[in-house]
Design a protein. Structure first.
Length: 117
């Protein structure tokens, strides 16, 4: 695609495209995002290695962007007594859902778009 074609496409309202064209663009964008995500993961691994070797700070700014390295979220393993209470709570929640005493709400609608595997 040349520059003029890209600009024309970007200024066109999506409604003016056929559904096939819109779906093709979605697929192309998803593929580009996947490629960028893969590259981003490699770059993050690279700078993480620098943090591990103390060659880069855990938090810094570069070109008006802030970077912060986090060690990860805490994960907890609970004793059997707490797990038992959790199981009871989950059962009580399911019962409330089943008998209608729990109130259901939905978040914003969204699309899930994935490649066939």
């Amino acid at each position: 695609m040349n520059c003029i074609t890209v600009m024309t496409h970007l200024t066109q309202a999506p409604e003016s495209d056929s559904i096939d064209r819109q779906l093709e663009r979605i697929i192309a964008i998803k593929a580009a995002l996947k490629s960028l995500d893969d590259e981003l993961a490699l770059l993050k691994d690279s700078i993480s290695a620098l943090v591990d070797k103390a060659e880069l700070d855990h938090s810094f700014s570069f070109n008006d962007w802030n970077f912060t390295y986090s060690l990860g979220r805490a994960k907890w393993k609970y004793p059997p007594a707490v797990n038992c209470i959790d199981t009871q709570l989950k059962a009580a929640k399911k019962a409330a859902e089943a008998d209608g005493s729990a109130t259901k709400s939905l978040g914003d609608p969204f699309w899930t778009i994935s490649e066939f595997r």
